[in-house]
Design a protein around this ligand. Structure first.
Ligand code: SAM
Length: 249
């Protein structure tokens, strides 16, 4: 029997929206945000040498970029068991990574490392935090950063989407099967968007496996985000379109 003590954990409500997406994740996101982040993140990590926290490391696609671009120790925070399993297996295939990356099986609000880090990287995770949790997120992250430390994340201004029909967003050959991701917006209000994603495996066109998840994401407007970060003590630093870099004074 496995007993988990949750008394000290703030993020114990996190539900694993990624469980059914895991087999599809790397296939789909190589077509999504990952190539651009591979291009834009490295210059923002210049000079980082000692330690980095990565929030929501997922399957480790960005962890690998951080490890290539810096000699730093990495604390990879990832609450989803499925995503974390791929991450650890990825590390296991590279002894140099295995020695440098510590995987923290918790959510961002529970992150606590031994000493303040030079940088925190958070790629495509911000949307998981509803507005009422973000003040706490910025407070927790500021506490983990050394003075002058940088917080780097991807963000862009988005128009509120319109609810619509289910559409195939990507299909990838895996041997003789096709791994298909379909999505639809169900509801959009304020900064919150509720979407349905369907993950299918097809064999000669026929679905042999199908899972779906309904998830609500939060996309804060630029002005609001800037106000929150300033209130938490961060100052904006230069970053290319699509990325944000904020520093503690
Ligand atoms: C879209 S994926 C991004 C993964 C990776 N950063 C990448 O770009 O490939 C979002 C990740 O954030 C994680 N996540 C969700 N809620 C979180 C939380 N409260 N704290 C930390 N990570 C969280 C999810 O489990 C998932 O792995």
């Amino acid at each position: 029997m496995r007993v988990i003590e949750h008394d000290h954990v703030k993020d114990d409500h996190i539900k694993d929206d990624y469980a059914v997406a895991v087999p599809f994740y790397d296939l789909w996101h190589e077509d999504g945000h990952v190539p651009l982040v591979r291009e834009l993140l490295p210059p923002l990590l210049k000079g980082v040498e000692r330690s980095v926290i990565e929030i929501g490391a997922g399957t480790g696609l960005i962890t690998r970029v951080i490890a290539q671009e810096t000699p730093a120790r990495i604390y990879a925070v990832e609450p989803s068991l499925g995503m974390r399993s791929v991450l650890v297996n990825r590390l296991a295939e590279d002894p140099r990574l295995l020695g440098r990356v510590t995987v923290l099986p918790c959510g961002a609000l529970d992150v606590e490392v031994d000493e303040p880090v030079e940088a925190i990287v958070m790629i495509s995770v911000l949307q998981s935090f509803p507005a009422e949790q973000r003040a706490e997120l910025w407070r927790v992250l500021a506490r983990q950063l050394q003075p002058g430390g940088r917080l780097v994340f991807n963000w862009r201004e988005r128009a509120l989407p319109v609810p619509g029909d289910l559409e195939v967003m990507g299909s990838y050959a895996v041997g003789r099967h096709a791994y298909e991701v379909a999505g639809q917006v169900l509801e959009a209000a304020g900064e919150s968007v509720t979407s349905r994603f369907v993950y299918r495996i097809r064999q000669r066109g026929v679905a042999i496996s199908e899972d779906e998840v309904v998830v609500t994401n939060h996309w804060p407007a630029g002005e609001r985000l800037a106000a929150e970060l300033r209130a938490a003590g961060f100052d904006r630093d230069a970053a290319p379109e699509g990325m944000e870099m904020w520093r503690l004074p």
